[in-house]
Design a protein around this ligand. Sequence first.
Ligand SMILES: [Zn+2]
Length: 78
Amino acid sequence: MAQSAVPSAGAPPQAQPTPAPLRVPIREVLPWAVFAVVLAAVLIYFVGAEQGATSLFGGTWVHEFTHDGRHLLGFPCH
Ligand SMILES: [Zn+2]
């Protein structure tokens, strides 16, 4: 007997396996999320605010190093 891709009218439909829902444990993700937020805040500070009165380092080398990024992200510069 030849097999067909189309089930015959009398055959019961085969049960489709239901995919298990993906679980993301918050206890494993939370430290990485906090790290990403802190890293982003440090980068935003150095790109956007490390100059003038808020400068942590003397001189203008940090400002000059991040100057193109400052203009790219639209921070006021000069
Ligand atoms: Zn500039």
